[in-house]
Design a protein around this ligand. Structure first.
Ligand code: MF3
Ligand code: CO
Ligand code: CO
Length: 258
């Protein structure tokens, strides 16, 4: 069942999404060579608390950290630990918070100091693929329109979309219907209606699409060791243009210039 959000729901959910966005901005600014992923997660804890929210991830299916921190070939669900971030790494930061009874879910990949040309292209293509998808989040369309736009853009640029993990409806629960795949799966696809709130979140590999899970039971990595990037927004379907509930003015994006 797809849960449509009322204006009253949205009055609570918009601030939840704003907190997720601001926490992610804060964490992105904290990233620099020499910090450990444990320090990043502890910093995330303090920022989430500062805004009066709670991590939506900690304890979810026994997930042990505040946020997901996935470095280089790690795709999603990377765990905090003693790993030191080095200049040239790329790190995917996924933040979910609960605030006012609603969840905001947003992710982006950032370079640690700087990165290779191919890593930068991977991040740019993934972010632009997200926005190609968002542009199709229109009433009267279907979820598959979003999926097709993302997959088409990624593959045109020579990269591959991960199949095993997908976007999702989001609201009072982190994972609501519908699923929002980043590829066309041939299954029947729900119609998009005003009031739907969905997390659109392409995970894109520079090599092959295949992934595996490490022995920690969480960390998803590319099978071929290639780099991976992840961008995510929580988006409201309206009567007209989609509203990006996790939009940040601080995303260092070249989207406007392109
Ligand atoms: N934030 C992820 C998503 O975008 C879900 C993380 S689940 C966790 O759907 F348990 F790993 F936190
Ligand atoms: Co997320
Ligand atoms: Co999500």
């Amino acid at each position: 069942m797809i849960i449509l959000k009322s204006e009253r729901d949205l009055e609570a959910m918009r601030p939840a999404c704003a907190v997720a966005t601001t926490v992610l901005d804060d964490i992105a600014a904290f990233i620099q060579p020499g910090v450990t992923t444990r320090q990043v997660d502890d910093f995330a804890a303090s920022r989430i608390k500062h805004y009066g929210a709670k991590s939506a991830f900690l304890g979810y299916r026994k997930y042990p950290c505040q946020i997901c921190i996935s470095v280089n070939e790690q795709v999603v669900h990377g765990l905090a630990g003693s790993r030191v971030l080095n200049f040239g790494d790329i790190v995917s930061l996924d933040v979910g918070v609960v605030h006012n009874g609603f969840i905001g879910d947003t992710a982006r990949t950032v370079a640690v100091g700087g990165c290779s040309v191919v890593a930068q292209k991977l991040m740019d293509v993934t972010e632009r693929a997200l926005h190609e998808g968002i542009a199709k989040a229109l009433p009267g369309g279907r979820v598959v329109d979003i999926s097709r736009a993302i997959q088409g853009f990624v593959e045109e640029n020579g990269f591959s979309v991960v199949r095993e993990f997908v976007g999702h409806g989001v609201g009072r629960s982190m994972h609501e219907e519908p699923q929002v795949p980043n590829f066309v799966d041939g299954k029947s696809s729900p119609k998009l209606r005003p009031g739907m709130t969905i997390a659109i979140e392409p995970m894109v590999n520079s090599g092959l699409a295949d992934v595996k899970i490490l022995n920690d039971g969480w960390t998803v990595v590319t099978r071929d060791g290639s780099l991976s990037a992840h961008f995510e927004h929580t988006v409201l379907i309206t009567e007209s243009e989609p509203e990006i509930l996790t939009w940040s003015e601080k995303i260092p994006s070249k989207l406007k210039a392109l």
